[in-house]
Design a protein around this ligand. Structure first.
Ligand code: PMP
Length: 429
């Protein structure tokens, strides 16, 4: 496949946009080459500026769980747009989506909408600090919670791909309030509590990590964090920006049966428009302005276009209870197929998967945390990525990312993908 027009567009973009992109991972820095410029998308496919059709395993990094240009979402946005795109005043639509979200997700009474996952996590931490009157937070190496200062301490996703785990611009003062723990290591978290008595406001965690590849929580890990939080008067924040409405209607809380105190959302909840949200029990959420003292606001928060898109998405997920099973079956089938092809080559690999989140690591050891994720062979990954791209299969351009499976993907698409992996696999060694 040729990507000439994309290359030209990237060169033009680089003149006026830093690095040619508005979010770093899009630039293909980790894998080399120039990014693909997308013209349009429908269902499981992207169509690029060179008129190539690509089977999409990124799906806008998660939101497109029902495929691109999903009819009910598109229609809702068009109809709402005709009536005005933002009022800076409340609408009934906001209560409608809030009511549905609260009904779908366990352990939440109230939800506040914002414009991105970053904002959701940043606000959740401020709320936890205000509520507990403590300053420190515990985050896990390799977890990404957006680009707010307190989270850019050994963050995953683009922050690690680009080798800037501690970004310039984050002050020492901010960094010292973020305590770093090892994913899947309860003893490590317990030691941090011991060393910082009565000062940890919250633990923030991706209940399934999706920003260092896909890393499942080991058995008992989330439960252990819950107990440690309870014993220390600390709030447990589940960052469900990726997992929310993806792993189950009620996200990771439902899947693992572990209660969080605050849950953050993004991606799926906005149906592809810029939306984030954070939610929790009455007494915590009522700590927010205007009912409480912790300030948080947004000119475009809860705007009708975003709320209309999100509402249609949540309605679809709430109505068709077989979606999650279908997603799981499709991803299981994909995983099995990839394993069969890679097994014939002798290349060392590990595949991690939880529901419709999956990642392929070129490393023989189990990938359970940031350091084992970092062991993967990036040269092999690059060949794998570019090989698949040549076959018209678009996976995330970094080994530190998760693939997101969409319900729009057909078994024909998956078979095609598995065959493509087979072709590419022969050139990996
Ligand atoms: N949390 C998690 C778990 C994420 O994966 C992301 C983005 N990939 C964010 C937070 C930040 O969301 P956004 O990019 O919408 O700011």
């Amino acid at each position: 496949m040729l990507y000439q027009r994309s290359s030209r567009l990237f060169a033009e973009a680089s003149q006026v946009i830093p690095g040619g992109v508005n979010s770093p991972v899009r630039a293909f820095k980790a894998v080399g080459g120039t990014p693909i410029f997308i013209k349009e998308a429908k269902g499981p496919y992207l169509y690029d500026e060179d008129d190539n059709r690509l089977i999409d395993y990124i799906n806008s990094w998660g939101p497109m769980i029902l495929g691109h240009a999903y009819g009910p979402v598109v229609n809702a946005v068009i109809e709402r747009a005709k009536k005005g795109t933002s009022f800076g005043a409340p609408t009934a639509l906001e209560t409608e989506i809030a009511t549905l979200a609260v009904a779908m997700v366990p352990n939440i009474d109230k939800i506040r909408f914002v414009n991105s996952g970053t904002e959701a996590c940043m606000s959740a931490v401020r709320l936890a600090r205000g509520y507990t009157k403590r300053d420190k937070i515990i985050k896990f190496a390799g977890c990404y919670h957006g680009h707010s200062d307190s989270f850019l301490i050994q963050a995953g996703s683009g922050a690690v791909t680009f080798g800037t785990p501690n970004s310039p611009g984050v002050t020492q003062g901010t960094a010292q309030d973020t305590l770093l723990a090892k994913y899947n290591d309860l003893d490590n978290v317990a030691a941090l509590f011991k060393a910082n008595p009565n000062s940890v406001a919250a633990i923030i965690i991706e209940p399934v990590a999706g920003n260092m590849g896909c890393i499942p929580p080991s058995k008992g890990f989330l439960e252990g964090l819950r107990s440690l939080c309870d014993a220390n008067g600390t709030l447990l924040i589940f960052d469900e920006v990726m997992t929310g409405f993806r792993l189950a209607k009620g996200g990771a809380q439902e899947l693992f049966g572990v209660k969080a105190d605050i849950v953050t959302f993004g991606k799926v909840i906005g149906g592809g428009l810029p939306v984030g949200a954070f939610a929790g029990r009455h007494e915590i959420m009522d700590y927010l302005a205007p009912s409480g003292p912790v300030y948080q606001a947004g000119t475009l928060s809860g705007n009708p276009l975003a709320m209309a898109a999100g509402l249609e998405m949540l309605k679809a997920l709430n109505t068709d209870s077989a979606i999650y099973q279908r997603l799981d079956e499709k991803t299981t089938y994909l995983e099995k197929g990839i394993r069969e092809k890679l097994d014939t080559t002798g290349v060392v690999y590990t595949i991690n998967r939880v529901g419709s989140m999956i990642s392929v690591h070129f490393d023989a050891t189990p990938v359970t945390d940031f350091s084992t994720a970092a062991n993967g062979d990036n040269e092999t990954f690059k060949k794998f990525f570019h090989g698949l791209l040549q076959e018209g299969v678009y996976i995330a351009p970094s080994a530190y990312e998760t693939w997101f499976i969409t319900d729009a993907l057909t078994y024909e698409d998956i078979d095609y993908t598995i065959e493509a992996v087979g072709k590419v696999a022969n050139n990996l060694k």
